[in-house]
Write a protein that binds this ligand. Structure first.
Ligand code: SF4
Length: 330
């Protein structure tokens, strides 16, 4: 994807954290949170980033937003390299990138009214004040399915789903090009999750922005994403269009993740679980293919050779050393 067509391009992103121990805080190891992640995101597209807890997906999200500093790699937004921009230069790009966090209660200031919370970005960026701001905030409340008269209420007066709608309204306030959603529905009741996901889909259709959608729940990702990238221990192991990934998973780990999704229709054939055990520690992860300690297809070379992410079909890439790029789904 060229810089002209991509809204966001991430190239070989690495984020390592030192592990320090003892009184002198000597370096005792390195957490390989993100270990060479590359992807591109088009305008109006949703890329779902899935994987088990601790696989590095949230670190990717925070690195893209420059909330954490990448160890190496490159992040381009609308063709501008933002990887090493200082605070002042970054400020103008921050308007284009917003985030919706997992826990809507923790990310809202309990002492501010909902209207002040949603209007705060407009004040910070000097975009509206007084009656203009109030009118814009009322419009944002309507756009996310809240009543404008709820602007005066405080976060504790809203339900979990409504609080997440406030967070979405705040993210929309600056008319961003990209919204990073970091597990935005995992803290909500299942009955509310679909409403919030449908709202996100409707807003994207109306305003054409892109989502980088982080989740561990494949069913949620399936509903909202155009493309899906599967992460394991800091690396993308498979990336493809949604239907291709769900109908033709090629990486043994993707197959295992799909096997763990509950099947609503009992007549639909289930994949058998393909992996056991926990994800290894990202401190000194396994050499070669990081998945080899849990993979039923692992070969001797998997312990030493790191598989590259290679084409396995049109708009489908897989990182696996098996000849056809994948294990067989059973
Ligand atoms: Fe399994 Fe080897 Fe493929 Fe890794 S490279 S997923 S260990 S077969």
């Amino acid at each position: 994807m060229s810089a002209e067509t991509a809204l966001l391009e991430v190239e070989n992103l690495v984020k390592h954290y030192p592990v320090r121990r003892g009184l002198l805080r000597r370096r005792a190891g390195t957490v390989h949170a993100v270990d060479g992640v590359s992807f591109a995101l088009r305008r109006g597209e949703t890329l779902g980033l899935v994987g088990e807890s601790g696989c590095g997906k949230s670190t990717v999200a925070r690195s893209v937003l420059r909330l954490v500093e990448p160890t190496s790699g490159r992040i381009q937004l609308k063709g501008h390299d933002i990887t090493h921009l200082g605070k002042t230069e970054l400020r103008q790009h921050r308007r284009a990138m917003q985030i919706v966090f997992q826990d809507p209660f923790a990310s809202l200031n309990p002492r501010m009214s909902a209207g002040d919370i949603v209007g705060e970005p407009l004040s910070v960026h000097g975009l509206a004040s007084g009656r203009d701001k109030e009118a814009r905030v009322a419009e944002l409340f309507s756009q996310v399915g809240l009543r404008p008269d709820q602007m005066r209420n405080f976060p504790h007066q809203f339900s979990g789903g409504q609080r997440q709608r406030i967070c979405i309204a705040r993210a929309l306030a600056l008319r961003p090009d990209l919204i990073v959603c970091d597990e935005p529905v995992s803290a909500l009741d299942v009955s509310i999750q679909a409403q919030v996901i449908n709202l996100l889909v409707d807003l994207q259709q109306a305003y054409g922005f892109s989502y980088l959608f982080i989740a561990h729940d494949l069913a949620v990702v399936a509903h909202i994403s155009h493309r899906v990238a599967v992460m394991y221990l800091g690396r993308i192991v498979e990336i493809a269009d949604k239907n291709e990934l769900f109908n033709n998973p090629r990486h043994p780990y993707t197959q295992a993740l799909l096997a763990s999704v509950p099947v609503a229709n009992p007549r639909v054939k289930r994949l058998t679980p393909l992996v056991d055990g926990d994800v290894p520690s990202p401190v000194n992860p396994p050499p070669g293919c990081a998945f080899h300690t849990r993979c039923r297809y692992a070969m001797a070379r998997c312990k030493t050779e790191r598989p590259a992410l290679l084409a396995a079909g049109p708009r489908h890439q897989v990182a696996c050393l098996l000849g056809d790029g994948a294990g067989r789904a059973e």
